[in-house]
Design a protein around this ligand. Structure first.
Ligand code: AMP
Length: 388
């Protein structure tokens, strides 16, 4: 595989920005998709968050479009505001030397500022479907010059009920455009969307091994409802600093964060937490002011938080895809991380599906492992609860 950006066709200005971002070599998804995308063809890429996919389509977009137009050339559609902001930050850095301007639009905040930004002119628009539809309805988003559309986390957009909005928006973009679809999974719905929106696409599939096993040390613990919190505290006390804990409901997020708040610096995010509060919490987590972030799936979706040590599935994810998304918070490109899944007796079967999906047997959390050793071993944690 090609191991430098220049040979993939990335221009010098972008490479210079990448160097400043600390990127020295392409991730597998970048190596696979950049040369293909730069030929101008449509693409279906199966890749999770954490694989470097933003850098992949960002390089393609910056490479194929000229900066300085009044109306945007590139449209990136994403499911959540958090992901939109994260992509905006990354595009801002990547385009430092190319001169492309980006604007980000999403719901839940005032629309006026966003309108102002669009009126000033932008090359790239990063948008959640609902807000963009609103802006189109007000005649504030002119998509007639779009030459590239990126559907990022397409599976999640469909899960969140954006299918109609996507149809509406894509109906207003020139049909001769290039379309790049990124999805963590290849569900029948995603396949249908791809069939409708893509023209003779090239497939890019980054193998699961490359995405997970290499970078994330996955493990599990057999638990009961009563031992979950004790086990979590054990992990938190073992010296892992930045930890994301996933719960299945807003209520459980609130409950757990209340319980932990006296002993740890905890932040909670879920759908009922106001957008600006969520953003502040993520900032504090990034800065290290908060050490434990407790979240539901939707809220944590697409968050780009660097240097996450550990993802804990306090409640089992609903399906293997969600599992992949959750543990994708750690082990980000070039760095390693760990994940621990709490498994109740009655969840063993679901957990086996997860193992099947990741293509490996996930080991029980090893108390002797480098990270966990410290205080856990010292406290005499032994009799783990392996699943037979
Ligand atoms: P993404 O999958 O786009 O969410 O990217 C995950 C993380 O990897 C982000 O923090 C990126 O800045 C980072 N990243 C992307 N490409 C590279 C690379 N080639 N080398 C190092 N880090 C990267």
């Amino acid at each position: 595989m090609i191991s430098n950006f220049k040979d993939l066709g990335v221009s010098d200005g972008i490479i210079k920005a990448m160097k400043e971002m600390g990127w020295t070599e392409p991730t597998p998804v970048q190596a696979e998709s950049i040369p293909t995308g730069l030929t101008g063809c449509d693409m279906f890429a199966q890749a999770q968050t954490g694989t470097g996919k933003t850098g992949a389509y960002g390089s393609i977009a910056l490479g194929l479009t000229k900066p300085g137009r009044k109306d945007p050339s590139v449209l990136v559609l994403v499911p959540t505001r958090e992901l939109a902001n994260q992509i905006y930050d990354e595009m801002y850095k990547l385009s430092k030397y190319t001169g492309h301007r980006s604007a980000v639009v999403y719901g839940g905040v005032g629309i006026e500022k966003q309108i102002g930004k669009l009126r000033k002119g932008t090359d790239i628009v990063i948008a959640t479907p609902g807000r963009l539809k609103d802006l189109i309805g007000r005649n504030e988003a002119n998509l007639s010059r779009i030459s590239m559309v990126v559907l990022d986390e397409a599976d999640r957009m469909l899960d969140m009920g954006f299918a109609k909005d996507l149809n509406f928006i894509l109906g207003r973009v020139p049909s001769g455009r290039q379309t790049l679809l990124f999805s963590a999974t290849m569900s029948p719905d995603v396949k249908k969307l791809a069939d409708r929106m893509l023209k003779t696409p090239k497939d890019v599939i980054v193998s699961k091994d490359e995405v997970t096993a290499g970078l994330i040390k996955q493990s599990y613990i057999g638990v009961t409802k009563d031992t979950k919190q004790k086990e979590l505290r054990m992990i938190l006390d073992s010296g892992v600093s930045k930890t994301i804990v996933f719960c299945k409901t807003k209520r459980r997020v609130n409950q757990l964060s209340r319980n932990l708040a006296s002993d740890y610096r905890v932040g909670a995010i879920h759908g009922d937490v106001a957008q600006n509060k969520r953003e502040r919490t993520v900032k504090e987590f990034k800065a290290g002011t908060i050490e434990v972030l407790i979240a539901t799936d939707i809220a944590a979706r697409g968050l780009d938080i660097e240097g996450v040590d550990c993802a804990v599935n306090y409640d089992m994810p609903n399906d293997p895809e969600t599992y992949m998304h959750r543990i994708g918070r750690t082990g980000r490109a070039g760095r390693d991380g760990m994940s621990v899944t709490f498994v109740l007796d009655e969840e063993k079967r679901d957990f086996m599906l997860v193992e099947k999906h990741v293509g490996m047997k996930i080991p029980v959390l090893d108390v002797r492992s480098a990270r966990y050793e410290g205080s856990a071993a010292a406290k005499g944690v032994s009799g783990r609860n392996p699943i037979s």
